[in-house]
Design a protein around this ligand. Sequence first.
Ligand code: HPA
Length: 275
Amino acid sequence: MSYEQLQEAAAAIAERTGRESHQAAVVLGSGLSDYAASLDDAIEIPYSEIPFFPEPRVVGHGGSLFSAPVGDGAVLLFAGRVHTYEGWDLDEVVFGVRTAALTGASSILLTNAAGGLGDGFAPGDLVAIRDHLNYTARNPLVGMNDDRLGPRFPDMSEVYSKRLRGLLERAFQTASVSYREGVYAWFLGPSYETPAEIEMVKRVGGDLVGMSTVPEAIALNHMGVDVAGISLVTNYAAGITDAPLSHEEVTETAAEARERFTAVLDALLPLLVKG
Ligand code: HPA
């Protein structure tokens, strides 16, 4: 990944959408990707038509970027993301959100499905990410630093912006959806965690586990972009109950929670665009 490639992708998005800039972006997690197409006047660009964009390796779902007018501006929405466990390099995993930042997006929301560690983090719950733990020993900033993107040693003391967490609070209130804040622990996957790993995460203060979001958050924090994260708890993490984990449970819970999640996004997008 180079800065020039990011610029080329951002220029292609400007050309295809006829919009010189987008003020905000949203990465839609598992079960949420239909949200983008439901927005009025959304323009769809398949990832395959954007230079250097990686395409998700799930049969039949190449992924698309949407551009939708919101308030006085416009939002980019990622329907489909690539994961590190699919074998992508981290600079490919973060390419899309870095491009969004170059189109002008200064507030970016990352959403995902996650396992909940109990004690109030139960299936169906929506959680605003307050901070994260990185259990992969990987980092998208490894390698030569490009100073045009950000500093060599970026501060990480407020990755999930307090300002955006304030906007999330307002959006949840407007949508009459209850939520809480929590700490998200990133595991590589694709196997789910063991009960011993979940016990470890619990002891150090983690509330959620998942296989995405953190690389994007690190890369955007590096660029000085304000980041927010929302997890939908789709299942109890391993060992919290006796039940084995299954991908079916994850997708079923995501489908059940869609209406609430959608109401929150409807309330949040205008706030993100206004800044
Ligand atoms: N672990 C990791 N990733 C997940 C989980 C989980 O329990 N649920 C949804 N994504």
